[in-house]
Each structure stands twice: as C-alpha cells, then as structure tokens.
Design a protein around this ligand. Structure first.
Ligand code: BTN
Length: 323
C-alpha cells in the first residue's frame, strides 16, 4: 500500500461528499498538484467513486462495496484500529496464508474476496464465492493456553452476532460456532493455533461470511446477509466492526476471565434445550443439549447418562424444549 495514496484518500474520506481542491490536498500533504493527481488516478483505478471537477476539486462518495487494502485500512482506521492488512483478490485459503506469515506478522489481517480452497472444520471445503468476506486475523494473546482454544472458538462467534445485531439482524450460534440466521448458516469460523509445548504462540481466527453472495443454488442450508437484509452491505465495514468486537472480546477474556462471555455465548446459542442429532467419531445418536460447561464443552443427556462433546457435529433434530 502506498502511504501517500492512502493519505490522499484519508483527507477525501474526512471530507466525504465535499470537494477538496488539488491545491488544498497538495498543501496539506506537501505534494505538487501533479503528484496529487497521480494518487487520485490510482484511487479511481481502484474503483473509488471520486468525482473531479476543474473548478471544484475532488469529491469522494462512500457508496460502493469495495474490498482492497486502502478501503479496509480506512474502515479500520475510522474505528481507531491500526493493523497491517494484506489483501488478495483470490487466494487458496486465507488461513493457510496466515499460517505461513504468522511468525513474521504476529498481528495482522489477511483478507480475500474469493478462495479457491476455503477450509472448514474437519478439513471440509468452505465454499467461498465472490461477494463474500473471507479473512484470517492473526493474534498472539499473552497468557492463553492451548486448552483455552475451544473457548476462543466459541467467543469468536459472539463477535459476529454482535455485529449482525448492529445491522439489525438477529443471529444465533449453533454450537460450537456456526452463525445462523433463520436457521440458515451465514458464517463459518475456523480457528487454528500455532503453539509450542504448552505456550500458545499465535491464534488464527479464520472467518468466512456470506455477505453479498448468493448460495441458494449451491447449499440450501445457507443464506447471506444480502438475502436476509435485501440490500448490499459494505464488506470492509463489517470486517472492521468484527475486528473491533474481537479485540474487545479478547481483552475482556484476558482481564476478566470467561464467565461473562460464556453467559453471553449461551444467550446466542440455539442448540441448548433442544433435541439434537450428534455425529461423533462416525457414531450417530440423539441427545438433549442441556448445557455448555466452563471449558466450552457441550453437555448432552442420553438414555445412558450425560456426556461432554468437544469435536462433534450437532444439528437440531426437532424443536423440543427442556429435558
Ligand atoms: C466451517 O464452517 O467449517 C468453518 C469455515 C471457515 C471459513 C473461513 S474463510 C476464511 C478462512 N480461510 C479458510 O480457508 N477458512 C476460514
């Protein structure tokens, strides 16, 4: 990302909908008018909606769903988040990219608008079509242990639900962390960790959200924000809001422990108190989901008693309430 191009964009963004003359921009950034023009051209080539008039100057309108390093940084910056961003139009998997670069980057974001090898839980394929938002957030939280991993998996789902709420969409979590709206999946989360002995070095929070993509032809059990809300959303804005919530959640977790977050998680969880079908290690059985314990395990009750689930797949068998 070119710093001067970003600075021009930032001034235009701070004056959204109002014209800034080439002279004014040049003075502020200690650049010639020709230099300013070069950056404006670059921004237009990146599809920014900038209207230029010989007398008035340059006016930016924020009316498109763009995805590029400049726009993502702008949206992060408007929430006071300063983070290195790597944007790739297409990649295999942002989680794999993040793994490769985690030791160097330590804290940063890899974002793509299309993945050719999107990965889901248990090595499943995560369909990652154009119009969706696919990113991996590399963090290195101090004092977390590998056994905290399941809790972090659950808490990432809270971040997505909080952001959906801000957009007027009521999302629920199917344990452990599929984000559902009206019983259709709109987001999948895959967390991978890099640890040595019992030290958790990096966490890679991989999140894929169906934003402006239509999956109805491909998977009947999936939906997208666009389909639900009936409009196009700005992916960079959603991304910035999620990063903000993830940062708050990890701060809270490290300072105050997991109990309040676990209560919030349970409030969003639509698996509890339901009869569910459990698939675990190639075995299938029906159970009632009765609780989530302090470690994030799902407690289920069957005819043979209670058990704790950690890696199982669950689906709601029927909408029966209470054991
Ligand atoms: C699941 O539903 O099983 C989890 C899906 C996780 C998908 C995201 S998209 C960004 C990141 N890169 C990947 O390859 N996977 C995660």
């Amino acid at each position: 990302m070119n710093e001067n191009t970003y600075k021009v964009l930032k001034i235009l963004y701070d004056n959204l909908g109002c014209a800034c003359s080439g002279e004014e921009l040049g003075l502020k950034l200690k650049m010639s008018r020709a230099g300013v023009l070069k950056h404006i051209k670059k921004l237009k080539a990146l599809n920014f909606n900038i209207i230029s008039g010989t007398r008035t100057g340059h006016t930016l309108f924020d009316d498109k769903d763009l995805l590029n390093e400049y726009y993502i940084s702008l949206k992060l910056n408007s929430l006071n988040i300063d983070l290195p961003v790597i944007y790739k139009e297409t990649t295999g998997s942002t989680n794999l990219d993040a793994k490769d670069i985690a030791a160097k980057l330590k804290h940063g974001l890899i974002v793509a608008s299309f993945q050719t090898k999107g990965r889901g839980r248990k090595e499943r394929v995560f369909i990652s079509k154009e119009g969706g938002l696919y990113f991996s957030y590399i963090i290195s939280p101090q004092n977390l242990k590998p056994y905290d991993a399941l809790k972090t998996v659950l808490f990432c789902g809270i971040a997505v639900c909080r952001v959906c709420k801000k957009y007027g969409i009521e999302a629920k979590l199917k344990w452990p962390n599929d984000v559902m709206v009206n019983d259709k999946k709109i987001c999948g989360i895959l967390i991978e960790m890099i640890s040595s002995s019992d030290i958790l070095q990096y966490l890679i929070l991989g999140i894929g959200i169906n934003v402006n993509n239509d999956l109805t032809d491909v998977i009947s059990t999936a939906s997208s924000l666009q389909k639900i809300g009936g409009k196009t959303y700005r992916r960079a804005e959603i991304l910035a809001e999620i990063i903000l919530e993830l940062d708050k959640i990890f701060d809270d977790f490290l300072k105050n422990g997991s109990s309040c977050l676990m209560d919030e998680y349970k409030g969003y969880c639509n698996t509890l108190n339901k009869t569910i079908k459990v698939v675990e290690n190639e075995k299938e059985f029906i159970a009632i989901a009765i609780d989530i314990d302090s470690e994030g395990f799902l407690i289920v009750k069957t005819q043979n008693g209670e058990s704790r689930l950690v890696t199982a797949d669950v689906s709601i068998a029927e909408a029966s309430i209470k054991s």
